[in-house]
Design a protein around this ligand. Sequence first.
Ligand SMILES: Nc1ncnc2c1ncn2[C@@H]1O[C@H](COP(=O)(O)OP(=O)(O)OP(=O)(O)O)[C@@H](O)[C@H]1O
Length: 239
Amino acid sequence: MDAVTVTDLVVHRGGRRVLHGLDFAAPPGQVTGLLGPSGSGKTTLLRAVVGVQRTTSGQVAVLGEPAGARSLRSRVGYVTQAPSVYADLTVRENTRHFAALAGRAAADADAALDDVGLGAAAQQLVGDLSGGQRGRVSLACALVARPALLVLDEPTVGLDPVLRVELWELFHRLAEGGTTLLVSSHVMDEAGRCDRLLLLRDGRLLSDSTPAQLRAEAGTDDLEQAFLTLIHRAGQVAA
Ligand SMILES: Nc1ncnc2c1ncn2[C@@H]1O[C@H](COP(=O)(O)OP(=O)(O)OP(=O)(O)O)[C@@H](O)[C@H]1O
């Protein structure tokens, strides 16, 4: 069974249609990347998967339940673009707080901090951290519950290349352990790190494939170029 199944999803925001009937499935234990330019609807789609977005029509099923079902609360982790952590608590206090809420041990909180490379900053106040570090605390707070589905909205924004690579390695370790990840990004060089790729533009899916399939389909090794080729072809079809 797929971890996420989206069927003919239509969403309006601010009186405008922003998702135009999307269909896709995210297989379990894989990293599915959601790539697309700013404003293409990535956050809206992730919000629908998590169950916090009012939808106009269509279905979103998560782990076999309707998105947002009460039974999914402890099984789905969502890390928004804006870190949702307490600035007046230390890094460790934040993760331990979220561990306690999820019924996990303090050791799980400390392990999550090590996972995101923040073990050495455990005693620092979150308010004193950089934006990128706060984002990683937020990710650690989601990891402590060991969710079956992890939904991450642009988790690598503002990180240096070394940290970005480390986080992608973490995502794949989690996937190997059975976690399903749905990760948005507008950085095309991250596309090649995903097991599957969804390319979104103006609220429509231009592609749902693997990086290898996309390269073959577009006839180029450069995924950014492949994306441009698909946009060009879509424009020709529409014309
Ligand atoms: N609260 C809102 N009210 C009205 N329209 C909104 C709201 N939030 C987003 N939109 C619109 O919905 C569309 C999709 O926005 P969304 O945030 O999902 O895109 P995105 O791909 O995540 O962009 P970004 O990469 O910049 O975060 C955009 O046209 C945006 O203007």
